[in-house]
Design a binder for this molecule. Structure first.
Ligand code: AMP
Ligand code: MG
Length: 336
């Protein structure tokens, strides 16, 4: 049976954390909030516990999990930081939405690392999550709490449907703060490779490393294993037209046929009941926080197919577009 607890990132009861940490210690699985998205977590040192996550999520076993720690001291017990120049400056971005790939010291379960000699680590910026890690006394391996290939979950209202009876504990903690997953980086000497863009952007790393590159820009880069899989997709067909103008043209051709996920500015131009608004183009944080929620709402809507606005731009918009491109089918002018 799944136990539902109402503590959240800012207000939590120690009884709740005690109950959940007990589940972790006993190889159980706990869904908890972080500042990015919900995580489905287990003892990162236990192979048995980590395997349960793969099974519940239907996640391919070769896609490693992010390990959540509560301090850099704890990290030094599981990974080597000695070759990371400016680790101190980098670690100032913690607690926060940053995952660093480091050489593993072999302590973390080989299921969590998918047998690799590296481990992905972060310190989340959510007091509930940090207290859960501390009370459990072990690092917690936790990928996003969604079924594999589906959108990440940013509101606890959607957790029950997929995970009731499958996990030991669900924290019913409402909406998460940022709404997209952490930035994943691979530091190498004085350069840094961004494997997955997120809330921390290129600019945040420029003062720390002399060279910052996106993994897509490199031909033979060591990629995050997760990037080869389909991701974040609704179960219905979602199309991304090549421009806003093209999206408006399609809506004019087929009024009301498609659910439309778009910015409030584009929504104003279109009008109509079929809109799922992401927020203003001037506030990428708001757009990021509503993206997955809109993908899930689209799946639950009566519309059979949808359109999503191509939200290109720099900074956080690169991270938003990274998710949209994986969730949607890109279409050319005149295709619909
Ligand atoms: P999620 O499943 O949403 O938590 O995402 C975890 C991401 O981190 C996936 O894209 C993984 O492939 C990536 N990742 C985890 N461990 C490693 C690692 N050791 N090396 C490279 N990427 C990793
Ligand atoms: Mg995920």
């Amino acid at each position: 049976m799944t136990k539902y607890l109402t503590s959240n990132c800012d207000h939590f009861k120690s009884d709740d954390i005690g109950f959940a940490s007990n589940a972790i210690i006993n190889d159980g699985v706990v869904i908890f909030p972080t500042e990015t998205v919900y995580g489905i977590g287990a003892d990162a040192l236990s192979d048995n516990a980590c395997k349960k996550i793969f099974k519940i999520k239907e996640r391919p076993m070769d896609n490693p999990l992010i390990v959540h720690a509560s301090s850099t001291r704890e990290i030094e017990k599981i990974a080597s930081i000695k070759d990371v120049v400016n680790f101190e400056a980098l670690s100032k971005l913690w607690p926060g939405p940053l995952t660093i790939i480091l050489p593993s010291l072999g302590v973390i379960s080989s299921s969590a690392t998918a047998g690799q000699d590296t481990v992905a680590i972060r310190i989340p910026d959510c007091n509930l999550a940090l207290e859960l890690i501390r009370m459990s006394g072990v690092p917690i391996a936790a990928p996003s709490a969604n079924l594999s290939t589906r959108p990440s979950i940013t509101d606890s209202a959607y957790l029950k449907k997929n995970f009731d009876g499958k996990v030991d504990v669900i924290f019913d903690a409402g909406k998460t703060r940022y709404g997209i997953e952490s930035t994943v980086i691979l530091p190498k000497g004085d350069s840094c490779l961004i494997l997955r863009p997120g809330i921390y952007t290129e600019d945040d790393f420029k003062g720390i490393f002399t060279k910052v590159t996106f993994s897509e820009n490199l031909v033979d880069s060591p990629r995050s294993p997760g990037t080869k899989y389909r991701h974040y997709s609704p179960s219905k067909k979602l199309y991304m037209p090549s421009s806003v103008e093209e999206l408006i043209k399609i809506e004019k051709k087929w009024p009301g046929k498609y659910a439309i996920i778009c910015s409030s500015e584009t929504g104003k131009k279109i009008g109509g009941k079929n809109l799922l608004l992401l927020g203003s183009r001037n506030d990428p944080y708001e757009i990021a926080s509503k993206l997955y929620d809109s993908l899930i709402k689209f799946d639950m809507s009566p519309y059979e197919e949808g359109l999503i606005e191509p939200l290109s731009g720099s900074g956080i918009y690169l991270s938003i577009m990274n998710r949209i491109k994986k969730a949607a089918i890109s279409i050319q002018e005149g295709e619909l």
